[in-house]
Design a protein around this ligand. Structure first.
Ligand code: ZN
Length: 585
């Protein structure tokens, strides 16, 4: 369907400048072909240097090996980056077709990011979290990409390298950030359980020889020792408090540039978030006053605006699923969303790619209430799962707090965000574009921004019958992404402390204490990622406005969505350039 539209545009473009076009077109396709060959080669080379990452992306050629993260390795990576930055220059961006032009920029950005991480950010010396081999072993045990004996043989070869790997890690970590080390230590304690129980059980269950079983057992014991010694090292470093978890202004801006790939700076985005927060508070207060008599009759609303909003939100939040119906309620909403998108003609939904709702796998239990499990770039035909938590084994207090948070209104917004037409729909389109580069070097801000954008877009088009309750709850949800940005920048650049952070999240963003505390922990161990939601959302909204102005009555929402998604997981600023080019043709 999309292909036909592209074809038409191409034909129109050619007709307009028929003389030079055919020559240029031939050049373009030559350049395209050789660049496509190059980028395939680039990926193959990259996986050789990053075999752990390759495994988790579903590329299994290097599953027998690990890279020892020492200074020799870092020099090799720097060399790799320099070499490929040079190679990229051989392909004139301007002569590439739009999709490959974006790939070119993504590779360049990724290589510059790698170089910057090693030579400027130097997180290998202070962030203990990425050194996590049990996580990798867990992935190889749980993902059924090959028969168990084959996976165990690969695991065996990796277990052999545990000691050398963790010795290098300990040697690197000269300036341990305590918050990151605490998290790494906790994860490795879980990792020990995985090695002792899950791996041991799998060895028992596998149809392999007794010799091989005992060989893997011995190696697993040695790996456990390496992990235990890494935990001991971290626990000894934590109290020394050598470095703050706050990134600081310079590193933060640079990381924002590489990760978000936005047209604006982190600082500009932060100021836009502050503005948006004030706007949302105004809107929420107006709606609260409008709804007040319906729920409270003659009783006067509190004078404090934020208190009044909070009371209204708490009142509406009591409408929620029963724990035992949570999964069924989610499942029942999906066909409704599909129907709405089709009836309103918002974008084409491929009916041959159904979303499978399932109870979350045991090894992910208790992590999140709902999440999308997408097939990797090497498995684009695989199923997409919508994992839903069962809330089983939760205390009734925890379950009811969770269900109040994901009340009847918010649950619908969550389904829009995660599934239709949010993450799941975007993914189906991205898989159609079949760009390995865009799948591997995917832009998180575009992906999260799209999901946030669709929430608003659905409501604008009448989803939820324009009920003020629905809008109020969506504003609260949107405020969360806005406050994620404010929090992240304030903490990493402006030294915001825990107390101030909780004040922001609980009083100004109406979150439950447990949620706010969880967010504080998250901002201690991550940076920039929390801004991706708002960054992408703002840019998509701005692009839509821009095109709407430009195309006036010719603007078509469905066309906008389909064209936007056809570029795959690319940064919004590049999609914008391509779409504006199309629009002016
Ligand atoms: Zn999301």
């Amino acid at each position: 369907m999309k292909k036909t539209i592209w074809f038409c545009l191409l034909v129109l473009g050619l007709a307009a400048c028929a003389d030079s076009a055919s020559k240029q077109d031939a050049q373009t396709s030559d350049m395209d072909r050789s660049f496509a060959v190059y980028s395939e080669h680039f990926i193959e080379e990259m996986w050789k240097l990053f075999p752990e990452w390759a495994t988790q992306m579903g590329y299994h050629k290097h599953n027998d090996t690990l890279m020892i993260p020492d200074s020799v390795y870092r020099s090799t990576v720097l060399h790799f980056a320099a070499q490929h930055l040079d190679s990229l220059k051989l392909y004139d961006e301007k002569k590439l077709s739009p999709s490959l032009r974006i790939d070119h920029r993504l590779i360049q950005n990724h290589l510059e990011y790698l170089r910057w991480k090693i030579s400027e950010k130097k997180d290998y010396a202070w962030d203990a979290v990425p050194y996590n081999l049990p996580l990798l072993i867990g992935y190889m045990l749980h993902e059924d990409y090959a028969p168990l004996p084959e996976r165990l043989s690969q695991i065996k070869n990796r277990l052999k390298l545990f000691k050398e790997y963790y010795d290098a890690a300990k040697n690197n970590l000269r300036e341990v950030v305590p918050e990151l080390a605490i998290m790494a230590a906790e994860q490795h304690k879980g990792g020990l359980v995985l090695l002792r129980q899950n791996l041991s059980d799998s060895i028992q269950a596998a149809t392999i020889s007794e010799e091989e079983k005992s060989e893997i057992h011995i190696l697993s014991k040695q790996a456990e020792d390496a992990v235990a010694s890494f935990i001991a090292f971290l626990e000894q470093e934590i109290p020394l408090n050598k470095r703050s978890f706050r990134l600081g202004k310079d590193l933060y801006e640079k990381q924002f540039e590489y990760e978000i790939q936005s047209e604006k700076t982190a600082k500009t985005l932060y100021h836009q978030a502050l503005k948006r927060k004030a706007y949302l508070h105004d809107q929420m207060h107006d709606l609260t006053l409008k709804l007040w008599p319906k729920y409270f009759g003659e009783q006067a609303p509190p004078d404090d605006r934020l208190v009044a909003i909070r009371v209204m939100i708490d009142t509406l939040s009591v409408n929620h699923s029963r724990p035992e119906d949570f999964q069924k309620d989610i499942e029942e909403q999906l066909p409704e969303l599909t129907k709405f998108v089709n009836e309103k003609n918002l974008l084409y939904l491929d009916p041959t790619k159904p979303l499978v709702v399932r109870r979350e796998p045991a090894y992910q239990a208790g992590l999140a209430g709902a999440s999308i499990n997408a097939p990797g770039p090497y498995d684009s035909m695989g199923n997409t799962y919508y994992n839903v938590g069962s809330l089983q084994g939760w205390s009734s207090e925890r379950a009811s707090s969770y269900l109040r948070e994901y009340n009847d209104y918010v649950l619908q917004i969550l389904n829009i965000h995660e599934a239709i037409p949010g993450h799941y729909t975007q993914l189906v389109y991205a898989n159609k574009s079949r760009s390995l580069i865009k799948s591997i070097l995917a832009n998180g801000a575009m992906i999260e921004g799209w999901a946030v954008y669709t929430e608003q877009m659905m409501l604008e088009n009448g989803y939820g019958d324009n009920e003020p309750e629905m809008w109020l709850m969506w504003y609260k949800w949107n405020l969360r992404t806005v406050c994620n940005t404010i929090l992240d920048y304030s903490v990493h650049v402006q030294e915001m402390n825990r107390e101030e952070a909780l004040e922001l999240l609980i009083h100004q963003a109406f979150q439950q204490t447990a949620e706010a505390e969880g967010k504080w922990r998250r901002v201690n161990v991550s940076s920039v990622q929390l801004t991706s939601y708002f960054a992408g959302y703002l840019e998509i909204m701005a692009l839509r406005d821009e095109l709407q102005k430009k195309q006036a009555e010719d603007f078509d929402l469905k066309e906008f969505h389909e064209s936007f998604l056809s570029f795959g997981n690319a940064p919004v600023k590049y999609i914008r350039q391509m779409m504006l080019n199309e629009a002016t043709r």
